[in-house]
Design a protein around this ligand. Structure first.
Ligand SMILES: *Cc1c(COP(=O)(O)O)cnc(C)c1O
Length: 312
């Protein structure tokens, strides 16, 4: 989106490592309209410090938009940590079954959009009788962003969710706390299992005490650390490919957040068209396996991981 699609619309993005909040400040100039980060980064599973980044956003009066897909509101509520707008892929844990595709934009309603640098909210919109979203909504002026989102991208341009998918997501959200707790418990058990496994070189999971993201994750998250676990398999790319091909219960899929467990070896699949150097730049080492841990019985998950890791 940021690298390939938005530049076609004249929107440029500068990329930096989000782990150090100072990196955001270094990249800000007079043209900057938005700061963006994922709470848990994909695929490395580093965790951003949302409070610290939001303080920089406030200092320069720029909205902070946070992708909280990997945490869901069950673990983390970014608006309470200073984010201005939160997005989620509903396709993942919120829907929970990989059956519907959709997303949601949640506006905190606190950002002041009357600054002239946000042209779309300050100049009359001819498609709505000259409405200036940041000025003409009365008490609702702070809702300028989400009002325009509903009127222009959703109603005028058609980015609305289909009724079938909306229904599936409502079904999913009803069971979110039950599923999410089980995802977290299973993922923690899988991370520990892999840490002790002789065929595994390294494991990243924010719930592991020794993980570099553990401290910030513990301070920010409630109830657990999410359903994603990544690990390095001994034997590199070839071993990664063999492992995924020998899984039985766990599905080989590029999605995340299904009720069932999913695995992918990016180096030989989704990212195989990139050189090894380009892959490493994106945090993808040849040995990296990404697991989206599902809500099955943990004994079944361990058994499948164990048998697939034993094939050489
Ligand atoms: C999948 C995903 C998206 C995109 O969502 P879709 O529902 O697949 O369009 C955005 N952010 C994160 C973190 C995701 O995992």
């Amino acid at each position: 989106m940021f690298d390939a699609i938005l530049p076609e619309f004249g929107i440029k993005t500068k990329f930096e490592d989000p782990l150090d909040p100072d990196n955001f400040e270094k990249m800000i100039n007079e043209h900057t309209k938005m700061l963006f980060t994922e709470v848990i980064g994909n695929p490395v599973l580093d965790v951003s410090n949302i409070r610290a980044i939001s303080e920089i956003a406030s200092k320069y009066h720029i909205p902070l938009v946070v992708d909280s897909t990997f945490t869901t509101p069950y673990l983390f509520r970014p608006l309470e940590h200073g984010a201005d707008v939160v997005i989620h892929s509903l396709t993942k844990w919120l829907g929970g079954h990989g059956t519907g595709i959709g997303g949601i934009v949640v506006d905190g309603g606190k950002f002041d959009w009357t600054d002239r640098k946000f042209r779309l909210f300050n100049e009359p919109d001819a498609s709505y009788h000259g409405l200036r979203y940041a000025h003409d909504l009365g008490d609702l002026n702070p809702l300028a962003f989400i009002t325009r989102m509903r009127l222009v991208p959703l109603r005028n341009l058609g980015a609305c969710i289909s009724p079938d998918n909306a229904w599936m997501f409502l079904q999913g959200i009803e069971t979110l706390p039950l599923r999410m707790q089980r995802h977290c418990d299973n993922a923690m058990a899988v991370a520990q299992y892999l840490t002790d496994h002789p065929a595994v070189k390294w494991v990243r999971y924010p719930g592991l005490e020794q993980d570099p993201a553990h401290e910030i994750a513990s301070r920010q998250f409630k109830n657990g650390f999410g359903g994603m676990v990544v690990f390095g398999i001994k034997g590199g790319r070839e071993a990664g490919e063999t492992f995924v091909n020998n899984l039985d219960l766990i599905s080989h899929l590029a999605n995340v957040g299904d009720a069932k467990s999913l695995a992918i070896h990016p180096a030989s699949t989704t990212h195989s068209q990139l050189s090894e150097d380009q892959q490493r730049e994106g945090g993808i080492t040849p040995d990296l396996i990404r697991l989206s841990v599902g809500i099955e019985s943990i004994e079944d998950i361990h058994a499948d991981l164990g048998q697939a890791l034993s094939v050489r």
